[in-house]
Design a protein around this ligand. Structure first.
Ligand SMILES: Cc1cc2nc3c(=O)[nH]c(=O)nc-3n(C[C@H](O)[C@H](O)[C@H](O)COP(=O)(O)O)c2cc1C
Length: 295
């Protein structure tokens, strides 16, 4: 497999003083190499799986790794639902925008924000639960995502492929019903796990200086850095056949953006101005109904 980030960065679009757009993937010196760093730097999402079950022992180790993740105040405000039932996988797949890999994976882990245990111990001990505030939502969602990342790395360390799945929040009520999630629990993020069918490239990241500042936030070179990244991603062909349709930002307008000009910034703008974003506007009400206050 080839890491795009290691390819030559000279190209016709290059600008004076443009940063190398391959920031996050340094070439490791021999003495810097270690399995953990190499695994992290080789990360790529995998969206096609062979039809092969996951050994129970592998699942056991992945779940152990998930639970070793740091967790805010040791509250452990998450639960994991392991989905390996084919019918259920297909049903969840349908609710997640029909990304076929969801029904093809060996196992889907659904990481749920879960404050039900905390509400329970407060009630049991006669304390008024005062966690009904937006911070609890952030804490639980963060915990769930940290556990998910740990599980993902553990799975990748065994040669498995993974893909996180925020699309479990496309139809949060539907997913909640399918998994029997009670009050104070909602699906934050999924993780598909399976044996990769094919090779998957490492996706370049935004230039380091756009993401990282020292001591004080900086984005002085934002437009140049985004332009450099657009050029870099365009060359990978990642958006070939994967353009977001024009949406309500400009209804009825002909799509004049040629393929050569379509890249990360156009894709993001169309996504964030698109239908899927509108659909998720209801998420706040759903979270209220689940007992996750936004106060
Ligand atoms: C919280 C989160 C949710 C995601 N949800 C989805 C998803 O619903 N569907 C999908 O195909 N990929 C999803 N991804 C994967 C991202 O698209 C992917 O990480 C990103 O494009 C970078 O590619 P890479 O992981 O191959 O480096 C998600 C990633 C994260 C971190």
């Amino acid at each position: 497999m080839k890491a795009h980030g290691r390819e030559s960065t000279t190209h016709p679009d290059s600008m004076a003083n443009a940063p190398r757009p391959d920031g996050p993937i340094p070439d490791l010196e021999a003495h810097e190499k270690n399995p953990a760093l190499e695994l992290i730097l080789a990360h790529r999402s995998v969206r096609a799986y062979r039809d092969q079950p996951l050994p129970e022992r592998a699942l056991d180790l992945i779940l152990a790794a998930a639970q070793r993740a740091p967790t805010s105040s040791n509250l452990q405000s998450y639960s994991i639902v392991v989905v390996d039932d084919c019918t259920l996988l297909k049903a969840i797949c349908r609710l997640c925008g029909t990304q076929s890999f969801v029904s093809e994976c060996s196992v889907l882990l659904v990481f749920c924000s879960d404050i039900s245990r905390h509400v329970h111990v407060c009630e049991q001990r006669g304390y008024v639960y005062r966690g009904d505030q937006v911070n609890t939502l952030l804490v639980a969602h963060g915990d769930a995502n940290l556990a998910c990342q740990n599980a993902s790395l553990a799975a990748q360390s065994m040669g498995l492929g993974t893909c996180m799945l925020g699309n479990v929040r496309n139809d949060p009520q539907g997913v909640s019903e399918l998994l029997g999630l009670p009050r104070y629990v909602y699906a934050s993020v999924g993780l598909t796990i399976g044996y990769p069918a094919g090779d998957f490239s490492v996706k370049p990241r935004l230039p380091r200086r756009l993401i990282v500042s020292r001591n004080r936030y900086e984005d002085d070179h934002r437009d140049a850095d985004i332009a450099a990244y657009d050029a870099e991603l365009r060359r990978t062909g990642i958006y070939d056949g994967r353009r977001e349709p024009l949406n309500d930002v400009a209804p009825g307008t002909p799509d004049l953006v040629v393929d050569e000009a379509y890249s990360w910034s156009e894709h993001c703008a169309r996504r964030l101005g698109g239908e899927s974003e509108i659909r998720r506007r209801d998420l706040g009400q759903f979270l209220d109904s689940k007992g996750f206050s936004r106060r």
